[in-house]
Design a binder for this molecule. Structure first.
Ligand code: MEV
Length: 334
């Protein structure tokens, strides 16, 4: 349901009566990539799940012809119709969306962003922002569908990271656990495996764009090696899908450790992350980096019975860590 003080009678792309102020709100979950990050950029299937941390975006029309964005990481205030390439801010996707939806109308948009997703550490904070932003902003004027919102969100994400595979925005939109590849899109995994994920944060911020660029260079240096790694990853994904359906947590843990080896090979790990993986492996079935790497987070796969032990292991070494549940809802609009 969209909160509107008065519904506009005009169609979405007609000019909007600026005396009618509209408001819409949406929220989207964070994500982890269980298996297949980076390789998914080159067409390999990945397995992702949405987790129970969220960003909420509120969009309101305002009479001033401006785009105002307020968030915990700062504010942005600009005239609409500006050049996207000249905006150097992590809030750029919101500006892109608002400017696109306004289409030179004689009004402005104010956007408020509230998030409990740690930033820039591989948990999909920017994808969740793009999805919730695309929903809140587009639904000011029209009841956009999830498909339309996802398309807008991926366009917005491309303003900060052009080569995105689209995987992160897809899972933030639809929630749950899914397999995803760039050609066939996503397929939900309907079984509900009962593993627990303990996430530990290195607190090293990374830029997905530059880590993905590093992997591209690795690929270009040795195409044969990279294509054999892609084949191994595809095989691993098939096996992991089977273990997910069978709820075989210990084998899923083995697959996580195997996947970590491939991530080490493509150069997205470092000493700090390796230390965290060792701590994770101590009290879980297996652990790996999640997301772009180069910093960010790792997860350890556990059962309910060893979550606390695995968390304590990280806490004893002064790492930020938390356990997450799967978010089955995905995008929510109010
Ligand atoms: C980042 O969360 C995941 C990557 O595979 C990039 C992408 O899929 O767009 C590294």
């Amino acid at each position: 349901m969209i909160l509107k003080q008065r519904l506009p009678k005009k169609k979405s792309n007609d000019f909007h009566d600026s005396s009618v102020l509209l408001k819409s709100k949406a929220s989207a979950p964070a994500k982890v990539i269980l298996f297949g990050e980076h390789f998914v950029v080159y067409g390999v299937k990945a397995i992702l799940c949405a987790i129970d941390k969220r960003v909420t975006v509120t969009a309101e029309t305002i009479q001033e012809r401006k785009i105002l964005i307020k968030s915990d990481i700062g504010n942005l205030e600009l005239e609409s119709g500006g050049k996207i390439s000249e905006i150097n801010s992590p809030l750029e996707p919101f500006y892109y969306l608002a400017d696109k939806i306004l289409k030179n109308q004689n009004i402005g948009i104010q956007i408020n962003v509230e998030s409990d997703i740690p930033l820039g550490v591989g948990l999909g904070s920017s994808s969740a922002c793009c999805v919730a932003g695309a929903a809140a902003i587009s639904r000011l004027f029209k009841e956009t569908s999830k498909e339309e919102i996802l398309e807008l969100a991926i366009e917005a994400e491309k303003t900060i990271f052009e080569n995105t595979s689209g995987a992160d925005c897809t899972v933030c939109t639809y929630g749950g656990i899914m397999e995803y590849d760039g050609i066939n899109g996503f397929k939900k995994i309907e079984s509900e495996p009962n593993f627990h994920l303990v996430i530990a944060n290195s607190n090293i911020e990374h830029s997905t764009k530059s880590v993905v660029e590093g992997v591209k260079q690795f690929k270009e240096r040795d195409e044969n090696n990279f294509s054999s790694l892609c084949e191994k990853e595809s095989k691993l994904i098939k096996e992991a899908l089977k273990f997910l359906k069978e709820n075989n947590i210990s084998e899923l843990g083995n697959k996580a450790s195997e996947n970590q080896e491939y991530l080490e090979t493509i150069g997205i790990s470092n000493d700090q992350l390796r230390k965290m993986i060792q701590i994770g492996n101590n009290r879980s079935f297996g652990s790996k980096i999640t997301g772009a790497g180069g910093g960010g987070c790792i997860f350890a796969i556990t059962e309910e019975s060893n979550v606390t032990e695995a968390m304590n292991n990280f806490k004893n070494e002064n790492y930020d860590c938390f356990s997450v549940k799967i978010d089955f809802k995905g995008l929510d609009t109010f």
